[in-house]
Ligand binder design. Sequence first.
Ligand SMILES: Cc1ncc(COP(=O)(O)O)c(C=O)c1O
Length: 379
Amino acid sequence: MPKDAPLLPYGRQSISPADISAVCSVLKSDYLTTGPKVAEFEASLCSFTGAKHAVAVNSGTSALDIAVASLGLPEGSEIITSPFTFVASANAILYNGCKPVFADIEPRTFNIDPKEIEGKITGKTRAILYVDYAGQPCKIEKIRQVAKKHRLMLIEDAAHALGAEYKGRKTGTFADLTCFSFHPVKHITTGEGGAVLTNSDTLASKLRMLRNHGIDKAPSQREGYLYDMKLLGRNYRITDFQCALGISQMKKLPVFLKRRRELAEKYNKALSEMPQVQLPAVLPHAKHAYHLYTVLLPAEIRDRVYHLMRGRGIGVNVHYIPIYRFSYYRKFGIKPSEYPVTEEVFSRILTLPLYPAMSGGDVLKVVKSLKESLKEAEG
Ligand SMILES: Cc1ncc(COP(=O)(O)O)c(C=O)c1O
């Protein structure tokens, strides 16, 4: 194929004329930020997930940052998390003067292993920040049991898992705080954006302050010029035109989720005849939201297959390089050998393209390319 031919990306947004007109109408209105569309978007997140409060912010990373900040933990507190995630999950812990402590993942779901969490608890542990990898909920009941036993707060990084379900209940209310991302590759997009959901009135009011410099009253709530700054907050406000896009996207979320699941099923069927390819495992109580569709390949040929497929215009990817491997994190002296499952999965994983606008033909194109690349790589 020609060198400049576009890649079939691993993920991308679906923007409709209705989305564009929703954004344009806000651009013509009085409020570009901190206006009515923010509250309306938050209400749509609450009604979809069943959470009492949603606080929308300018990225999923900001959501994680203020979620950790809202706990008000003393410097040096430890928060247990997965090493097999995007760096933002652990960075949010560092931003707040806390220490990320990694626990190894499960070999089938690549989610944090609740048994490994128990082994990492010390006198300084204050919270667990678990990540629903690729869109499959973690073993939430087990994690909640551990948290209850050791009196730990729970933060769910559900950046991959808007619309995922555990025992028939959607993500958004399992942890004390649940964070979503609305980056273009996610289930819905606001360009950049995120939200923290909680059922706690106290945490919600802190989150609202933290996204706005720690100030206690938005301009619309003030009498006169007076306001107070109660916490050291940030400016993580999201704009009204982004929220208008979010509201419009939320209307299509059920269709997006259905399409992602259909495409995953097509992959499952087409790949089941290939013995070298291990398909994603979905646990009985989970309904996967398929932000990512990942497979495991033999470690010896994964990199070669990655390059061959990219050369053929298929935008495969690797999610994720374990966080402790990055140079910034190496100073913490974490030994990869302490995370045998993460290391094994990292050496074998490959993300195949998946997004709602993909056609059945695109899936077959990816499968054909994978088949040919495997054959070539195995020589
Ligand atoms: C698991 C996870 N957490 C957090 C984030 C951060 O979200 P954002 O890119 O919206 O800041 C991402 C983004 O890809 C992610 O994959």
